[in-house]
Write a protein that binds this ligand. Structure first.
Ligand code: URA
Length: 203
């Protein structure tokens, strides 16, 4: 775990990272974007082509949809914080490998500790599986609220999947409506300890 006291400090520790092979193919590191005190944080799997070029998360087609979904619940990307499991683009947009996730995840974990969101919304199966430390079925658990380490996890479909299938788009819009309800409920986040084992029955 990195002990940075601020996001800026954490970004400095990350530096021009060469800790895993993903650095070889990247153009820009995508550290994260948004409000450092956000109540709602989004986590995707890793930068795509547009993100790699600009150094910002979710700025391609999936990002445009994310902006639209945020608008649906009366929010903007300036109010939330957006980051990814890995901060460099996997070649050809493949899923990040276990070694890459393992190497990069301490940075995301520290970002979450510093931002202290009440809700972390995972965009897609990969991010949800990594954050919830389980093999999950996104079709079964999307839109539900699960105990995390000091926050609630709300996994949803990846916006890119919704762009490919109208039925998924409908489900994603419904899940964002639920996300708004969860935010309005303001349920106090669980303690930062490991989630209770009985929660795991829900998977
Ligand atoms: N897909 C992701 O998972 N993350 C991004 O930043 C962009 C697309």
């Amino acid at each position: 775990m990195y002990e940075a006291g601020s996001l800026e400090e954490l970004r400095e520790i990350l530096g021009e990272c060469e800790r895993c092979p993903l650095h070889e193919g990247r153009t820009k590191i995508v550290f994260g974007y948004g409000n450092p005190e956000a109540k709602l944080m989004f986590v995707g799997e890793g930068p795509g082509r547009a993100e790699d070029a600009q150094g910002l998360p979710f700025v391609g087609p999936a990002g445009k949809l994310l902006d639209d979904l945020l608008g649906q619940i009366g929010m903007t990307r300036q109010q939330v914080y957006i980051a990814n499991v890995v901060k460099c683009r996997p070649p050809g947009n493949r899923d990040p490998l276990p070694l890459e996730v393992e190497t990069c995840i301490p940075f995301l974990r520290r970002q979450i500790e510093l931002i202290k969101p009440g809700i972390v919304c995972e965009l897609g199966r990969i991010a949800a599986g990594v954050m919830m430390e389980r093999t999950i079925q996104i079709t079964r658990i999307h839109g539900q609220k699960f105990l995390g380490r000091g926050y609630f996890n709300v996994p949803v479909f990846h916006p890119a999947a919704a762009l490919r299938a109208p039925a998924t788009m409908q489900l994603l819009r419904e899940d964002f409506a639920r996300l708004k309800e969860y935010l309005e409920e303001e349920e106090p986040p669980p303690p930062a300890a490991e989630p209770e084992p009985e929660q795991m029955g829900l998977f």
